[in-house]
Design a protein around this ligand. Structure first.
Ligand code: C5P
Length: 235
């Protein structure tokens, strides 16, 4: 299999630091630093520890700040710039934030990329939504069709990277997107609350550029060894 371009990550396996304390986050970052492609931090760490922790983690591996911004364009731009200044290499925004915001994101991504490798990923439809939980202002329809429509909207407005589930890869691949995919498990891993999972090699073969793995790595007895297993399973 040809290697996907997973930049700014160092390899396709990104660990989700889904923990609540600075000590746990730094312990994991230290354990994983020399093997992991990147480390994902969400609001549960960012809101508690802010820029200081992001800086410390970014000294160990590329940081993915998954705060899914959805606001007026100027506020989104300010949040993305603040994330970049803290050391983030990848951030997320909502595709639903609208064309003006997406165009502002594309411009800021282009500008910041000249300083160091930086990517803004758009989230289409949250996996917690289904056909029955779409807001009434959205046209009713299959989730896959909503995702396709939003992906087209993202690309028309200049962004090239998406977060998507393993089962969305088949219709998003080959359109020039960088595709980051959660819901990744080895055969022996518990699925937890993930309903649709894929193995690492399968997801990469189906078009994923990088994979987000949470519990199977961060809750493993030996997170570094678990990461090596995932890396091996990418082959
Ligand atoms: O533990 P697990 O591997 O299921 O964690 C996956 C990570 O990816 C979590 O941080 C979760 O919030 C995130 N994620 C997801 N599904 C999405 C978007 C993000 O599982 N659609």
């Amino acid at each position: 299999m040809s290697k996907p371009d997973c930049r700014p990550f160092r390899n396709p396996v990104v660990a989700a630091l889904d923990v609540d304390t600075r000590d746990e986050a730094l312990r994991l970052a230290d354990q994983l630093a020399d093997v992991i492609g990147g480390l994902k931090l969400g609001p549960r760490l960012c809101l508690r520890y802010g820029q200081d922790l992001v800086r410390e983690i970014a000294a160990r591996a590329p940081v993915f700040m998954d705060n899914k911004h959805f606001d007026i364009p100027s506020t989104m731009e300010a949040a993305v710039r603040a994330s970049f200044e803290a050391g983030a290499s990848v951030v997320t925004v909502h595709a639903l934030s609208g064309p003006e915001a997406l165009r502002a994101m594309a411009a800021v991504e282009k500008e910041l990329n000249q300083k160091r490798s930086f990517r803004i990923l758009a989230v289409t439809i949250l996996t917690s939504w289904d056909e029955n939980s779409l807001p009434p202002v959205m046209k009713p329809g299959r989730i896959a069709d909503q995702v396709k429509a939003l992906a087209g909207h993202v690309s028309q407005n200049g962004l090239k990277s998406l977060v998507c589930s393993p089962h969305e890869l088949e219709f998003l691949r080959d359109q020039g997107f960088f595709l980051l995919t959660p819901g990744i498990r080895l055969a022996e891993d518990a699925h937890g609350d993930q309903k649709r999972v894929a193995g690492p090699a399968e997801a990469l073969r189906d078009g994923a550029s990088a994979l987000v793995v949470g519990r199977p790595i961060v809750r493993a007895e030996d997170p570094r060894a678990a990461t090596l297993k995932f890396l091996d399973a990418c082959k």
